[in-house]
Design a protein around this ligand. Structure first.
Ligand code: UD1
Ligand code: CA
Length: 451
């Protein structure tokens, strides 16, 4: 059955108290709504429609960056969830199949739950709702069941005391045949306690037409919605707890799991070791057996098998470490490849560079990649030895097996196997230091008025 996704994200998110739209706040290093999109992608939807509020250009831009084929529907007035879904009808013209409605602010719905809903659809239910047993049902919509059949959903505000006692609640995720869905939505009224068009009303309307509805349940943790900064922090904690458990389960050693932070797409191979206080920003892959030492920060980086990173290392986007490379303390790598077994061990900046196999980069080396206007590359050949405190003024190429003398400012290419020294020649003046100290001491006494 072809599937279409409808992701609702037109809420104002007032409780975030933010100039940034709620769904653009980041969870696990990616925008909140990207989590719902990712869960939905597991259904390989034929079309995806994101319903946004007026003036949500930033949300639209972010959505297109994630999925260039996404359809954007604007809900000009926020008149309820049924009204929001109705805005997607135009974008789904000509589509036939199932529509799955997700909320942009509900990041943890698992693909398995969506698959179970599809199963219930295939079993002949016109409308399938994802429900959960709520520890504290609060203001959630209640699922009114009769045996295995879902009779209707009643919103908290409209519910009787008896209905409010129901603990099976609506997560908001709904799956129905698209044509039926829009047809039912056409019949929804706003004659209720909120004066809104409730999507939840389609269940009762379907039953009134002799169609069947069912509920599939999921753990409450999946349905966590983000409405405030506190919710966002709770969601982050929930994500991190799961990511740590998954990493351990996958054969990663975490010495202090609770101090390691992952992004949604962090990929760690088997037998990777991660020491305490490491942060994985978006886009990091670490291959088998690599060792990430304490207090390192990585984003947009690839770390080859057996490589060692840190302690206190920073890998920025485009850092590409081959197998067995070493990047040590207080080293920053950006948009640069570090060859197999190469060592960049201390206090160094390597940006826009390619470092050959087994090259050794001395402490305090800097690739001077930026002239204030443009960036240039540095190339360092295999087995080269860059002396400590070398300034490599790019564009520049150091040949294979070449050496640069410590403290050199290298502005011209160095051929393979050559030694380049670019620093002032050493001058030694016997006795001069002792005489200078005497002079300085005398000057100090004079200033204090002594003899
Ligand atoms: C909704 C459900 C409720 C369910 C709860 C789960 C309805 C009527 N109620 O209630 O049964 O238990 O979610 O969290 O559906 N949205 C729009 N445009 C609108 C209104 C909402 O895009 O006009 C979006 C919001 O951005 C949000 C989602 O729809 O992502 C849900 O809206 P919200 O107002 O939070 O619904 P609830 O009252 O919580
Ligand atoms: Ca809500």
């Amino acid at each position: 059955m072809p599937t279409a996704l409808i992701v609702l994200a037109a809420g104002q998110g007032t409780r975030m108290k933010s100039d940034t739209p709620k769904v653009l706040h980041e969870l696990a290093g990616i925008p909140l709504f990207a989590h719902a999109l990712a869960a939905g992608q597991a259904l390989t939807p034929e079309r995806t429609v994101l319903v946004v509020g007026p003036g949500a250009e930033r949300v639209t831009d972010a959505a297109i960056a994630i999925d260039p084929d996404i359809h954007i529907a604007v809900q000009a007035d926020r008149m309820g969830t049924a009204h929001a879904v109705a805005q997607a009808q135009g974008a789904l013209a000509g589509f036939s199949g199932d529509a799955v409605v997700l909320y942009g602010d509900t990041p943890f719905i698992r693909p398995e739950s969506l698959a179970a809903m599809q199963g219930a659809r295939a079993a002949g239910n016109a409308v399938v709702v994802l429900g959960f047993e709520a520890a504290d049902p609060g203001r959630y919509g209640r699922l009114v069941m009769q045996g295995a059949e879902l009779l209707r959903i009643v919103e908290f505000k409209d519910a009787s005391d008896e209905e409010r006692a129901i603990t099976l609640c609506n997560s908001g995720v709904i799956c129905a045949d698209a044509e039926t869905l829009f047809d039912l939505i056409g019949a929804v009224s706003n004659d209720n306690a909120s004066g809104e068009y409730y999507l939840t009303d389609i269940v009762g309307l379907a039953r009134a037409r002799g169609l069947r509805a069912a509920a599939v349940t999921c753990p409450e943790a999946e349905t966590l919605g983000v409405n405030s900064r506190a919710d966002l922090a709770a969601a982050e904690a929930q994500f991190q707890a799961r990511a740590r458990a998954d990493a351990l389960e996958a054969g990663v050693t975490l010495t202090a799991p609770e101090t390691v932070f992952f992004s949604a797409d962090t990929a760690l191979g088997r037998d990777v070791t991660v020491e305490p206080n490491v942060v994985f920003g978006p886009g990091v892959t670490v291959e088998t057996g690599a060792h990430i030492r304490a207090f390192s920060h990585l984003e947009g980086a690839h770390v080859g098998g057996g490589a060692v990173v840190g302690p206190f290392a920073r890998l920025r986007p485009g850092a590409e470490l081959s197998g067995d490379a070493k990047v040590g303390n207080f080293v920053e790598i950006k948009n640069a490849s570090i060859g197999p077994g190469a060592k960049v061990n201390h206090l160094t900046y390597i940006g826009d560079a390619d470092i050959g196999e087994a090259a050794n980069i001395g402490a305090g080396t800097v690739t001077c990649n930026y002239n204030g206007v443009e960036k240039f590359r540095t190339q360092i050949g295999a087995n080269a030895f860059i002396g400590s405190d070398t300034m490599l003024v790019a564009p520049v190429r150091i040949g294979a097996g070449a050496i640069t003398g410590s403290g050199s400012v290298i502005t011209r290419d160095v051929p393979d196997g050559a030694l380049a020294v670019a620093r002032a020649e050493q001058v030694v003046k016997p006795g001069v230091a002792a005489r200078l100290f005497e002079m300085y001491k005398k000057a100090k006494r004079t200033r204090r008025g002594g003899t």
